[in-house]
Design a protein around this ligand. Structure first.
Ligand SMILES: Cc1cc2nc3c(=O)[nH]c(=O)nc-3n(C[C@H](O)[C@H](O)[C@H](O)COP(=O)(O)OP(=O)(O)OC[C@H]3O[C@@H](n4cnc5c(N)ncnc54)[C@H](O)[C@@H]3O)c2cc1C
Length: 451
């Protein structure tokens, strides 16, 4: 139940003010309500993003049962209108970067588990898209991680050398690039960097099509239905009463797929998962203006904490996000702020002229932002997602807190909580990295990585 001091259900985005590029072509399911609002369900999924779609697909399309459970997915706004519909579209495993932090805190074996898990998403999403014939512009390429700060590069290279010396299988794909080799990536003035395999896609298209498949197997989709409260206790016959803007629904099991907004419904997560805003843009060269085709996706690291990520779409436009160093000091603007209806001004200014400054062959491109939007990420205090059984709440499950990095994490996390909710699979048997397990201890975090 929401209590004072805890994040309230989020404000709705102001109409049109931060429409993401991905949501410029809306699917008919965007405002779909399958039936009048149901009063009872076996499994209630709260949240219609990557996790919610993955869980619904898993339960109904993959774990098929003769008598399938009644599954209801409620989404406060349009389908896929949260972070998944507002992100950078970058399906990029983190191979050696957050890994350094996890290695320091938990040891190399546990950290390597996370890396392998993230990399496995590339193949699994490819198989899914092929099997279900999903049109979401899934593309595989190389990610160029470019460093502009000598010391930061030195540290990254030394961790890279450590991982190579440890003979970790996934390092075969990571190539170190000297300063002169960065020219291959057409970036200006980088000191060096790394490249490795990555993907990108149109997230809204993936999610709406996954949900459509789940619906063909019985999913009840209820968009524009805000959950305001989950009761403290179950009824005598084992249901959780859940209050929504359209009535009360009794659910035997609940999956919180609410990411940044989790603590409004599960306040015990208030310290563990904090809503933090980010900004993203679609940038394109002026029609007919000269500009080079860019060979891959990018992480442009201007210095510690100064990070920009981008993908090149097949129409040649770029999706560029990050740059949080430009607004980090204005804490109110982004930290513990769930309002994705309002833009972050400073980040927007920084992105002006970004392509011309950063890439060789873009000087006269006339590149400018065509769409700018904000989105809310679920930053977790220890930089790890929370997945599994909600402590002390039998029948409640969570997969949330993806730290602005859910694309290579959320799909299998959604499947795992689906298996736990539907078939009582233990966390340890889901194949998830051990560090992801949500726990009482992690609700009182010893780190605060959210700032
Ligand atoms: C600007 C931005 C850029 C990003 N770029 C990338 C990137 O390039 N690569 C990457 O890996 N990750 C990126 N991310 C992070 C990534 O988008 C997320 O980690 C991922 O989409 C999380 O999926 P989700 O399903 O958990 O959350 P969401 O997609 O946010 O879904 C949660 C849903 O729950 C709904 N909801 C919440 N509370 C309630 C309630 N009370 N009642 C009903 N519904 C509710 C919300 O409306 C929302 O639709 C980015 C995020 C942002 C914001």
């Amino acid at each position: 139940m929401a209590s004072s001091g805890v994040q309230k259900p989020f404000p709705q985005p102001a109409e049109g003010s931060t429409q993401s590029f991905w949501r410029t072509e809306l699917d008919p399911l965007d405002d779909h309500q399958t039936t009048p609002f149901p009063t009872e369900t076996d499994i209630l999924i709260i949240g219609g993003g990557y996790v919610g779609a993955s869980a619904a697909y898993r339960i109904l399309a993959e774990n098929k049962q003769d008598v399938p459970p009644r599954v209801t997915l409620v989404e406060a706004r349009g389908l896929c209108s949260g972070a998944t519909g507002r992100n950078g579209g970058h399906l990029r495993p983190d191979i050696y970067s957050a890994t350094a932090l996890f290695t320091e805190r938990y040891g190399l074996e546990a950290a390597a588990e996370v890396v392998r898990f993230e990399i496995s998403h590339l193949k699994l999403v490819e198989e899914l898209v092929r099997k279900e014939n999903i049109d979401c512009e899934l593309t595989f390429t190389r990610s160029y991680d470019m460093y502009y700060d000598e010391d930061q590069l030195k540290k990254a290279k030394s961790f890279y050398d450590f991982l190579v010396n440890e003979r970790l299988d996934f390092m075969n794909d990571v190539k170190y690039m000297s300063q002169s080799e960065t020219q291959e990536a057409h970036v200006r003035d980088a000191k060096g960097g790394f490249s490795f395999s990555t993907g990108h896609l149109w997230p809204y298209k993936l999610i709406t099509q996954l949900v459509r498949i789940a619906m063909s197997h019985g999913l009840n989709l209820q968009t524009h239905t805000l959950v305001s409260e989950v009761a403290e206790t179950q009824t005598a016959d084992g249901f959780w009463p859940v209050t929504t803007s359209r009535g009360i629904i009794h659910a035997r099991k609940i999956i919180f797929a609410t990411n940044a907004f989790t603590s409004a419904l599960a306040p015990q997560y208030a310290k563990a998962i904090v809503p933090c805003k980010g900004v993203c843009t679609q940038i394109a060269a002026a029609p007919g203006a000269p500009h080079r085709n860019l060979p891959g996706t990018y992480a442009i690291r201007l210095g510690p904490g100064a990070f920009i990520y981008q993908i090149t779409r097949k129409d040649g436009s770029l999706i560029v996000g990050g740059a949080s160093h430009t607004f980090k000091n204005d804490v109110e603007q982004w930290h513990n702020n769930p309002d994705d209806g309002k833009l972050i001004d400073i980040g927007v200014n920084f992105l002006k002229g970004y392509m011309q400054r950063t890439f060789l062959g873009w000087e006269d491109s006339g590149a400018e932002a065509k769409h700018i939007w904000s989105g809310v990420m679920g930053y977790s205090a220890d930089s790890l997602p929370h997945v599994g059984s909600v402590p002390g709440k039998p029948g409640q499950f969570i997969a949330a807190g993806f730290n602005g990095h859910g694309m290579p994490v959320a799909f299998l996390s959604g499947k795992a909580v689906a298996d736990m909710a539907q078939n009582s699979i233990a966390f340890e048997d889901t194949g998830l990295p051990r560090l992801f397990k949500t726990s009482e201890a992690r609700l009182e975090p010893i780190y605060d990585d959210t700032r």
